[in-house]
Design a binder for this molecule. Structure first.
Ligand SMILES: *Cc1c(COP(=O)(O)O)cnc(C)c1O
Length: 374
């Protein structure tokens, strides 16, 4: 058969698309490097695992695996509606919140329209924007000497908004930086937007935030019809492998998002586990405590190694070193420690390290000390 370049057939947005770079699973590291007992602090997973209640709930669901899941996620939506004090019609369930971020782009963007986000933002925002052929308008991040170095600059974001802007993505706290926005300032920002500009406030890490200053954008929904808040069960709730997240918005936007949502996008185990996990807020409290201790341990340890630590309200730390993150990462991999190099975000000398258990944190610090020493 004659050679045919299918790349030419791909829609323009997809042709140039660079796929998301995920954290390496430990099994892959062990295969490739011949190491054992490796640890992964690369994908901001909960080191405590999942709530035992969520795991127990799944067991009772196993006999039903041959049935399609409830396409409307009735019980999970009821629980979420109660948790957030909103109507179930405000909820869109996703196969992870990544799913709902893509729905937002599919519903509100197309070639000629624009999405605004910050320089060091979650990689899915530019991917979703490009996928549908829309234009990304990237606001420069706050400078390195700011109290929130590399964080979102609300004024710069506002300045990128034009007549063709339909979506603004803001993560609070942000990934990969861990930086956060003052809730009152973010609320003023949402209030300042024209009605055709939808603000997506991504609160994937909000359960970890210890300070009330970040606010809770889900409580602003009644006042802002152009606000969408996304949440996930992948991080503090410890259910990353099941893939479940959601968007909260006014019912009109939720209706649009649900039109593009594949009917059975959230599987039956995920629906059941998420509901049980939501009911176990004591697990979230424990997770926050372990994270807080680990944050202190890692911050102190990293600073002692001469790294510059960026303030974080999440379950990971972005640290800057005096050398290439890729090189340091290679040494960590050989020591069986997986963290996240962030050169793909334009952060050459940085590593993003998920906060683990005390032992895991100690292991990454020791491996870094050895890696930096040679
Ligand atoms: C991890 C993460 C998500 C959630 O991804 P899921 O698809 O829900 O697993 C969303 N936004 C940000 C900023 C994240 O870091």
């Amino acid at each position: 058969m004659k050679h045919f370049d299918y790349n030419d057939l791909a829609v323009p947005g997809v042709r140039e698309l660079k796929p998301y770079t995920p954290g390496k699973p430990t099994s892959e590291l062990e295969r490739e490097y011949g190491v054992r007992d490796s640890i992964k602090l690369a994908s901001n997973e909960n080191p405590l695992g999942a709530s035992p209640m969520a795991i127990e709930a799944i067991r009772s669901e196993l006999d039903e695996l041959w049935l399609y899941p409830d396409a409307n996620g009735y019980f999970l939506k009821q629980a979420l509606a109660e948790h957030h004090d909103v109507d179930p019609a405000c909820i869109t369930l996703g196969n992870g919140s990544n799913d709902v971020l893509v729905f937002l782009a599919q519903v509100f963007l197309r070639p000629g329209l624009e999405a605004v986000f910050s320089q060091y933002c979650f990689a899915v925002y530019p991917i979703a924007t490009q996928m549908v052929g829309a234009t990304a308008r990237v606001a420069p991040a706050l400078p390195r000497d700011h109290v929130m170095p590399l964080g979102h600059d609300l004024r710069a974001l506002y300045e990128r908004i034009g007549p063709d802007t339909r979506l603004v993505f803001v993560a609070n706290p942000n990934n990969p930086t861990g930086t956060w926005l003052d809730g009152a300032r973010l609320e003023d920002f949402v209030a300042s937007l024209p009605p055709q500009v939808i603000c997506v406030v991504d609160e994937a890490y909000t359960e970890y935030a210890e300070s009330d200053r970040l606010g809770d954008a889900s409580t602003w929904l009644a006042r802002f019809p152009n606000l969408v808040v996304t949440r996930t069960f992948s991080k503090a709730y410890g259910l990353a492998g099941l893939r479940v997240g959601y968007a909260l918005s006014n019912p009109g936007i939720a209706d649009l998002l649900n039109r593009v949502r594949p009917a059975f996008n959230v599987n039956s185990l995920a629906l059941t586990a998420a509901r049980a996990a939501l009911a176990d807020q004591a697990f979230i409290d424990r997770s926050r405590e372990v994270n807080s201790r680990g944050m202190n341990q890692l911050t102190t340890g990293l600073e002692a190694l001469g790294a510059k630590v960026i303030p974080s309200a999440a379950n990971f730390i972005l640290a800057e070193f005096d050398r290439s993150g890729a090189e340091l990462n290679e040494r960590l991999l050989r020591a069986g420690v997986i963290v996240r190099p962030v050169a793909n975000y334009g952060l050459e000398n940085h590593l993003r390290i998920t906060i683990g258990t005390t032992e895991q944190n100690q292991r990454v610090l020791s491996a870094l000390a050895a890696g930096l020493g040679s």
